[in-house]
Structures are given as C-alpha cells and as structure tokens.
Design a protein around this ligand. Structure first.
Ligand code: BJW
Ligand code: ZN
Length: 285
C-alpha cells in the first residue's frame, strides 16, 4: 500500500466530515482482502474458463450445469469468507452518516454481514444467495445451503476451482429446480446484456435525484472503492454524482489503465492507491 500524502489525507478527511450526502460505488476489490477473486485480471478465471464469459446468459443456455457449478463454488467461497476491515469501515460510515448510500456491484453478501444497514446499501448485480425461475416468477432469497443441491456435493479432497479434477456430469434434473413449476432455476444475478432489477435502479436513481431531500440533489462526495468502473450502468453513477457537484475519491490497488471512469479524475478528486482493507479503516474513521 502506497503512502497517503498528508495533504490528501487532510483535504479528504475534512471534506468527508463536512459532507452530508455521500454516495459510494463498490466492486470486487472491496472483497479482495477477504479472499474473493476479482473479475478482471489474474483472478478472473475459474478452472479454464474466463469468469466474464461464464457470467453470461449464453453460457447458461449452453451449459447450465457448468455455470451452476461455478456459482455453487462462489457461494461456498463467500460463505467461508469473512468481511474484511473495508466492509466494516464502510458499514460504520453508513451508520454515522444519515445521507449515505452504497451501490454494491458485489453479490457476496459481505457488506451486509459486516453490519451495513440495509437501508443504506443497494445491490445492483443480484446475490449469490438468491435464485429465480427461468420460466415463472418464483424467486428464492437467502438460501445459504452449501452445496445448494446434493448434486454439487464433492469429495473432501476435490477443489472445484482446479481443472485437474474433472467436473462430474450433472443431469438437468439434478440442478436447482423451481418448487412451483419444476423448471430450471438460475442464479439471481445480472449477467452481461441483462437489465438490472427495476426496483434496484429506481431506488438508486431516487437517492441520486435527492427525492427525499428538502434542499435538492447536491451530492458532496462519491467514494469509488475497488471497482474497475467499466461496467454500466453502475459506473455511470460516478458521472451522475459529479454532475450533482460531487468530488470523487477513488480507492484502488492500481490506477486503471483502461479508459474506465476512474481514470478520468479531475482537480479536487482524490486517488488513494492500495488495498481497500487498509485504506478505508484509515481514511473513513
Ligand atoms: C482492489 C483490490 C484491493 C483489486 N483493494 N482495490 C454503456 C457503455 C458501454 C457498454 C454498456 C453501456 N451500458 C450497458 C453496456 C453493456 C454492459 C457493459 O457495461 N459493458 C462494458 C463492459 C463495456 N452492461 C450490461 O450488459 C449491463 N446491463 C445492461 O446495461 O442492460 C441494459 C442493456 C442490455 C443490452 C444492451 C445494452 C444495455 C449488465 C451488467 C452486469 C454485470 N454483471 C457482472 C456479473 C454479475 C454476476 C456475477 O458476479 O457473477 O457483474 S460482470 C462483473 O463486472 C460483475 C461485477 O459486479 C462487475 C464489475 O466488476 P468490478 O467489481 O469492477 O470488478 P473488477 O474485477 O473489474 O475490478 C476490480 C477492481 O478492484 C480493479 O480495479 C482492481 O485494481 C481493484 N482491486 N484488489 C482495492 N485489495
Ligand atoms: Zn417456476
């Protein structure tokens, strides 16, 4: 973790203190210190598969058993992981600041387990612990069973992420099925090309517009934590916040090279380079 300059620390701390409306956009880097791999970069593979191609409707249509085993593995990882100090620091800030909203792109539930008040966080890419029917309106929330179905049970010595252990063939009938109509269930997450949940977007948009605020929709500060900010519409909230006056503070292991939203910082913004689990406890207290 790089040193934080005293000037940056002072100006940020002061601005945070005087901020009443604070928006945060968090991504996979927030959970990296909990041992959950990120999407882009070295961690972005499961077995021989690129996570970005597994997290698609096309992959699920082609091989639902493969995609389900990928999600079953990630459910397991999230369940055995512990929230780290960044999740806790964010949750503490959310409790202190009434005008705070975190938009989470993560589906691992670690913010929630760190005690983040539900009214101050909105997940926009779904949850590893929800499934929904591919045919009817059935949705199942908060199912923490591991494995999700008996067919995903593995012998003790087998690591599902290691391609040297062949995946066992699983018949469609043994995959998670809808209790209402018997059709295939799918992970209740947002894949590329799919729309975000209408209620999730509506809630974030209403917060950004300041619908419940007497004095309008100014946003003082936007925290951008552990996200490449390449995926829309989530990354668009950085621009929305800026348009409402927000100064942007980015917390990231590295300065994004790709032309993501965080590589367009402006005068008055901050870039804090390092591990979010070290930076947030220091800077958000
Ligand atoms: C650390 C760290 C440490 C590491 N400390 N930091 C406008 C413009 C262009 C394209 C589009 C657009 N609007 C829509 C699109 C298409 C598409 C899109 O955005 N494409 C872009 C990639 C170009 N968007 C969609 O398809 C969205 N749907 C949609 O818009 O519907 C309407 C529509 C339909 C059809 C056509 C057009 C519009 C849906 C996007 C859903 C994204 N889903 C996923 C999978 C979720 C389920 C799952 O997890 O399996 O969400 S993809 C994946 O990316 C996942 C993540 O939430 C998301 C963001 O990734 P994140 O969190 O930023 O992770 P990384 O790995 O990218 O970055 C980690 C960062 O942390 C790095 O910067 C590290 O340096 C850093 N880091 N360790 C601090 N310790
Ligand atoms: Zn159904």
């Amino acid at each position: 973790t790089a040193e934080i300059s005293p000037e940056d620390r002072a100006s940020f701390t002061e601005h945070l203190k005087s901020s009443t409306r604070v928006l945060a956009l968090v991504g996979a880097g927030l959970s990296a210190a909990s041992g959950i791999p990120t999407f882009r970069g070295a961690g972005g593979f499961w077995r021989e598969y690129d996570c970005m191609t597994l997290a698609t409707p096309r992959a699920f249509a082609k091989d639902p058993a493969l995609v389900w085993q990928f999600y079953n593995y990630r459910r397991h990882c999230a369940l055995v992981a512990e929230p780290n100090r960044a999740h806790v620091a964010l949750a503490e800030l959310a409790k202190k600041k009434p005008g705070f909203l975190a938009i989470s792109q993560n589906i691992d539930g670690l913010c929630q387990r760190a005690g983040h008040p539900p009214e101050n966080i909105q997940s926009v890419h779904g949850s590893l612990f929800s499934s929904r029917c591919t045919e009817c309106a059935y949705v199942e929330h908060d199912n923490f069973a591991d494995p999700l179905v008996p067919a995903f049970e593995l012998p003790e010595h087998v690591d599902a992420a290691d391609a040297k252990f062949p995946l066992k063939p699983i018949p469609l009938s043994a995959l998670p099925r809808c209790p209402a109509c018997r059709a295939l269930l799918r992970p209740d997450v947002v894949w590329f090309g799919e729309s975000l949940a209408v209620d999730a977007v509506a809630r974030v948009d209403a917060w950004v517009r300041g619908d419940s605020e007497a004095d309008g929709a100014k946003i003082d500060l936007m925290l951008v934590v552990g996200t490449s900010a390449l995926v829309y519409p989530a990354a668009g909230y950085i621009h929305a916040a800026r348009a409402r006056g927000a100064r942007i503070a980015v917390f990231n292991m590295e300065q994004p090279e790709e032309e993501g939203s965080t590589s367009r910082l402006k005068e008055g913004d901050w870039f804090f380079q390092g591990d979010a689990s070290k930076l947030l406890p220091e800077l958000l207290k």
